[in-house]
Design a protein around this ligand. Sequence first.
Ligand SMILES: NC(=O)C1=CN([C@@H]2O[C@H](COP(=O)(O)OP(=O)(O)OC[C@H]3O[C@@H](n4cnc5c(N)ncnc54)[C@H](O)[C@@H]3O)[C@@H](O)[C@H]2O)C=CC1
Ligand SMILES: O=C(O)C(=O)Cc1ccc(O)cc1
Length: 317
Amino acid sequence: MTDTAASAPLYNRVALIGMGLIGGSFSLAARRAGLVGHVAGHARTEATRARALELGLCDSVHASAAEAAADADLVLLCVPMRAMAPVAEEIAPALKPGATVSDVGSAKGAVFEAVAPHIPEGVHLIPGHPLAGTEHSGPDAGFAELFENRWVILTPNAETDPEALARLRAAWEGCGANVDEMDPAHHDLVLAVTSHVPHAIAYTMVGVADDMRRVTQSEVIKYSAAGFRDFTRIAASDPTMWRDVFLTNKDATLEILGRFTEELFALQRAIRIGDGDHLHAYFTRTRAIRRGIIEAGQDTAAPDFGRTPPKPGTPKA
Ligand SMILES: NC(=O)C1=CN([C@@H]2O[C@H](COP(=O)(O)OP(=O)(O)OC[C@H]3O[C@@H](n4cnc5c(N)ncnc54)[C@H](O)[C@@H]3O)[C@@H](O)[C@H]2O)C=CC1
Ligand SMILES: O=C(O)C(=O)Cc1ccc(O)cc1
């Protein structure tokens, strides 16, 4: 990263539309690596704008998203999924020819559908998704190390300008991420399996436990083992963000939830009829999958996916 810092920034002016966990983390990482020049930030409330300046997430703050986007070389949409379309419509007239518009939203088909109609000729739209986050939100949640050794998926298409794509890829790599490209529909299915449905399960399980708690008082929380505590962490994620994820990745989520429910019913039946062979065979298969992941060295994201931000001044590992 020292080399990058010494060279010219990849983007002279960046507009961050939304300065919460992901927008704030991108800014801290990109500024630390010298990848960006001036960062103009937009947030809806005066309190967030003031806090973002205080935390050094941006150089200037703007009450209007269009004002922040004006003259920017990169406009990064870091808002909840269903805010993408209104924001794109608002900034469209201000976009500079040759600029890149990207985003960090958790579903990719919906972003393209919502944003592309507003993007003027000569502006490059390259949707993206960092597979990194925590259950925290808002400007104080951001930290520069969030993307280190995490995947960022970009979803370009046949018309995407190769130079604009290479520059965006370099920006995320400069933030410490590994970058892959994917078709948006494939991305949405993969993420439904690996992130969206697991969140739905966590939300449901915590809801069930909460109902139980009314019967057992505090026992559910008091005696919960690590698995359930992880569920409570995930279920503490931002309700607006996750409402939007499920509503905008509807088809893939319903497809995977359907398959999940079928498997769950089969498991439920095996327990009811005492089919130990079914249970044993199922658990043997899933254990082999986990071991395969570890043996292939692909378990890099798991141990601290929801790690807490390092304290200011903590030396980098
Ligand atoms: N939280 C996570 O772990 C991850 C989130 N994402 C995606 O990143 C995006 C942002 O998420 P976070 O940074 O976690 O959220 P956040 O809640 O921390 O920040 C969102 C920002 O958007 C602003 N905002 C909300 N609605 C807006 C609107 N209608 N117009 C303008 N600004 C608006 C908020 O004021 C805030 O500054 C979402 O699309 C989410 O799906 C992607 C990867 C991980
Ligand atoms: O905190 C966790 O466990 C996460 O799963 C973070 C996360 C949330 C949403 C995404 O689109 C990507 C990553």
